[in-house]
Design a protein around this ligand. Structure first.
Ligand SMILES: [Zn+2]
Length: 374
């Protein structure tokens, strides 16, 4: 079995307009929106030019249906997106910072459908693991509205689809995007069958979200874990968080599928984050999650693309993840890795360790499977 690959040309056609970063207004000369096509289309281009494409199994995407979206989202949100999408001037996903062009609703349905297709291919045994390079991203979208450049909760929609139609129940979602995976967490906050673990930059986005005390609700209490790492965290902090929190939490939870919300905005040089990761660290995190999925659930691992706003560096991070998933080295090396991996600050610092170790204290409350689940 190989590694599945989801990409569709339409994902590059989602139009975020001419914002200066993510702002428009007086004094702001129109430029480009940070959530531009380039970081993703250049990733897809590098996959082809490096020869990686020949080592992947193409998984065709299909648009999510309205019934698929309604398993997660409110009818009012769909109606609003449909209506604004029909306007030639486009609209906004819900927070005034997340524009989309004419027809953007349909592209977002293809994005959610791309993640669904990756899950379907892995659960159906066509591939062992998969990477869905979809756009717009999904991990900030909450059931009632879009936000943070996300219209629909791609991972949430895919999990609810697989639970409804493919017999899946227990899923663990690991989010390494630099921002809190608040949307994924909100979808499953009260659901003890879905564990969400978010590693993110403390206080970045959304504001006041993803604190250590943010643990899920009701029956789902304990099924949300947040590791708000201090700005400036690098390889040492992230691998400590993987080893002390992510791996033991997922192992205790014992899922049938592991998913990753893969944002490369936790990489060095990203305009929206202040972390220091290099492509090699994403490869190391991928290796750990592959081994864990192999131990727990037949290797079933689905990675769905989220943020990452450096058009130059995102492609190298993505290629490193794919080289790890496939075991195939393309020979195209990340030219920044030897420089950035040696920067002071990559090693674990005491104030970073303190945050991770505080979250590790909470692992006893991660829901365990009952005997009938095993
Ligand atoms: Zn992000």
């Amino acid at each position: 079995m190989g590694t599945g690959w989801v990409w569709h040309e339409l994902y590059g056609w989602h139009d975020t307009g001419k914002a200066a970063g993510f702002m428009t207004g007086p004094g702001l000369q129109p430029f480009g929106h940070f959530e531009s096509p380039e970081s993703k289309t250049r990733f897809a281009s590098l996959v082809e030019v490096s020869g990686m494409l020949d080592h992947l199994v193409r998984v065709p995407a299909r648009p999510a249906t309205e019934a698929d979206l309604l398993r997660v989202h409110a009818e009012e949100h769909l109606a609003s997106m449909r209506e604004q999408s029909a306007d030639p001037r486009g609209g906004d996903m819900g927070d005034g910072l997340s524009p989309f062009g004419h027809g953007g609703y349909d592209i977002a349905r293809w994005a959610a459908g791309g993640t669904m297709a990756a899950v379907r291919a892995v659960l159906g045994g066509q591939v062992e693991n998969a990477y869905a390079l979809v756009r717009p991203p999904g991990h900030h979208a909450v059931p009632e509205r879009g936000m943070g450049f996300c219209m629909f909760a791609n991972i949430g929609v895919a999990i609810r689809y697989a639970q409804a139609e493919l017999g899946l129940r227990r899923v663990a979602v690991v989010d390494w995007d630099v921002h809190h995976g608040n949307g994924t967490e909100a979808v499953f906050a009260a659901d003890p069958d879905v564990l969400t673990v978010s590693l993110h930059q403390d206080g970045n986005f959304p504001p006041d979200s993803g604190t250590i005390g943010d643990r899920g609700q009701g029956d789902g209490y304990g099924s949300a874990l947040n590791v708000p790492l201090p700005a400036g965290s690098g390889r040492g902090a992230y691998l400590h968080a993987m080893d002390r929190v992510v791996l033991p939490a997922v192992r205790a939870f014992h899922p049938e599928l592991v998913m990753v919300a893969s944002g490369f905005d936790s990489a060095n040089g990203d305009p929206l984050g202040r972390m220091m990761l290099t492509s090699g660290v994403y490869a190391e995190m991928t290796r750990r999650l592959m081994d864990l999925a192999g131990e727990l659930c037949g290797g079933r691992l689905v990675i769905s693309h989220e943020g990452g706003y450096s058009p130059v560096y995102v492609p190298f991070c993505g290629l490193a993840v794919l080289e790890t998933l496939t075991g195939h080295k393309t020979g195209v090396d990340d030219p920044y890795e030897p420089i950035w991996s040696r920067w002071p600050g990559q090693e674990l610092a005491d104030h970073q360790r303190a945050v991770v170790d505080a979250v590790a204290e909470l692992l006893a409350e991660v829901p365990r499977p009952t005997l009938s689940d095993r």
